[in-house]
Design a protein around this ligand. Structure first.
Ligand code: HEM
Length: 485
């Protein structure tokens, strides 16, 4: 349980922080995600201690700033996993309720829009039952520079993982040309953490580390709520908690959202092709691309509609010094360039949330995510993204964005629109008694008339999910130690 030696400019204890909090591991484009259930506690603890050593050597935030690594590992735990490792009720109760309950409760399914074919009952893994968290205790992320090193890394750990059942082993594919399956450049806009030594890009938000890493001040100037354990000789190596007589479990840790999101690529392409053909009276691929870009808020190259309103501009899309350098409020209050309903304007309204741009920026910065997803394409033909997002508060960040911005039909003065990319449209859903009928449209403001695309199906379905705690190194080592908690 070492004390930290490497401290970044903002006081971040980089040796203690799992690297995923700082970077998406672009140097390791090949990845595999294992969802594990503890079968033999003793053997599982030995494996976790060995993985913690590997993580300390190759995959902390400090190690990311050094030479490239051949491979990297990351670890996170469900509430069930922490309980399986011996964490008592008292310590578990200090975790946020949404984490304790897991991602798949009926209430949570409702607020996240996990209904219809996305309902947790139909998930491939995760979800309810099986002793909580769908029987998942641990998420192990394996990352490597190439397909062969990844295979070797998996093989290297095969014996050590004998104390676990593999609930699910999820493969990923590298993002070709940086495009996700619908054909748009992804991985452009991310907030930067105060204390990250990388230079800030134009347009990039600098947010306080406590929005993502527990133990540091957040945008409210406060320390995020952090789980803790009653102080005992066994917890002596952990830092003191704010409350007397307790030790801190959260410091240098974070919460990780996992969602397996299947993308219905054919439905997506067909929908926009047909909408364009209906309007032009003939196939009109250029109009189809324009309508899809309006729904995303960026062109396929990544060029933002705010800076390239008429047509795609690949040079702009590929230029990190320009492709995220925009706001909405002054230039585009009504969404004539970038529709209010578009995915990127909902997911990050920047300065256009409410009437005051300065206040908007402040408010919006309390609802940011670090996105760390990877793509998948299975032999069955099914494809999509393993969505991974980090935040200090699942409720205030991920759930708020999903519920209040992404699937809210009344977002920012709209009446009945969905996020056209990842919303919960379902034209086949029967209205539930006492609830409004399902909404399946998106409004594209234009001059002099607006366009409205209706009958939009759900283009993204949820296939699995989990809420996880990604601990700092000291807590990880403590969890792996035998003995009382
Ligand atoms: C399969 C589903 C999804 C696809 C295909 C998708 C695709 C994209 C693309 C292409 C971008 C623009 C590129 C960029 O700025 O990195 C983007 C941005 C973003 N997405 Fe998604 N996304 C999906 C799901 C989600 C979900 C579920 C959330 C959150 C709950 C989300 C949150 C964001 C955020 C915060 C941004 C950055 C917006 C900005 O700062 O301008 N996305 N997404």
């Amino acid at each position: 349980m070492g004390t930290s030696t490497s401290t970044g400019a903002g006081g971040l204890e980089l040796d203690e922080i799992q690297g995923l909090l700082l970077r998406g591991f672009g140097d390791c484009p090949h990845a595999r995600f294992l969802f594990l259930r503890i079968r033999d506690l003793g053997a599982a603890r030995v494996a976790l201690a060995a993985l913690a050593d590997e993580l300390a050597l190759t995959s902390t935030a400090a190690r990311l700033l050094g030479p490239r690594a051949e491979s990297r590992v990351q670890l996170a735990f469900t509430a069930r996993g922490l309980r399986s490792l011996g964490l008592g009720d008292d310590a578990l109760a200090s975790f946020p309720l949404e984490f304790q309950e897991g991602i798949a409760t009926p209430d949570r399914a409702r607020i996240l829009g996990d209904t219809g074919d996305s309902a947790p009952e139909a998930w491939e893994f995760g979800g309810r039952g099986d002793g909580g968290d769908g029987g998942i205790d641990v998420w192990l992320g394996l990352y490597a520079r190439g397909a062969e090193p990844l295979r070797l890394l998996r093989a290297d750990w095969a014996d050590a993982l004998a104390g676990f059942d593999v609930v699910a082993e999820q493969h990923t594919i590298p993002r070709e040309g940086d495009r996700e399956h619908f054909g748009f450049r992804d991985g452009i806009s991310q907030p930067a953490l105060e204390g990250d030594p990388a230079p800030l890009l134009p347009g990039q938000d600098l947010v306080r580390a406590g929005e993502f890493v527990l133990g540091y001040p957040n945008q409210y100037g406060k320390l995020p709520l952090s789980p803790s354990v009653a102080a005992s000789p066994a917890s002596a190596g952990l830092p003191a908690a704010a409350a007397p007589g307790r030790h801190d479990l959260g410091r240098n840790g974070s919460f990780l959202v996992y969602r397996k999101l299947e993308q219905h690529v054919d439905a997506f392409k067909t929908f926009f092709a047909e909408a364009a053909e209906r309007e032009s009276g003939r196939p009109d691929p250029a109009l189809a691309d324009y309508l899809a870009a309006k729904c995303m808020g960026r062109w396929p190259s990544g060029a933002p509609l705010m800076l390239a309103p008429e047509r795609d501009d690949p040079a702009l899309g590929a230029d990190p010094l320009r492709n995220n350098d925009f706001r909405f409020a002054e230039t585009d209050p009504r969404g004539l360039r970038c529709p209010i309903a578009s995915h990127i304007r909902r997911a990050n309204p920047r300065d256009a949330k409410g009437p005051d741009p300065v206040e908007s920026l402040q408010v919006v910065q309390r609802h940011r995510l670090l996105r760390r997803g990877r793509m998948y394409h299975e032999a069955s033909g099914r494809r999509g993204v393993h969505f991974l997002a980090l935040n200090a508060s699942l409720r205030r960040q991920f759930e708020f964005i999903q519920q209040t911005w992404i699937i809210n039909p009344k977002f920012e003065g709209l009446h009945a629109d969905r996020d056209p990319i990842t919303g919960d449209s379902d034209p086949h859903a029967r209205p539930e008694p006492g609830r409004e009928p399902p909404v399946t449209q998106v409004t594209i403001p234009e001059h002099p008339y607006r366009r409205r695309l209706g009958g939009m199906p759900r283009f993204v379905s949820v296939r699995a999910g989990a809420y996880l705690f990604l601990p700092g190194l000291s807590t990880l080592r403590w969890l792996a130690m035998p003995g009382a908690r």
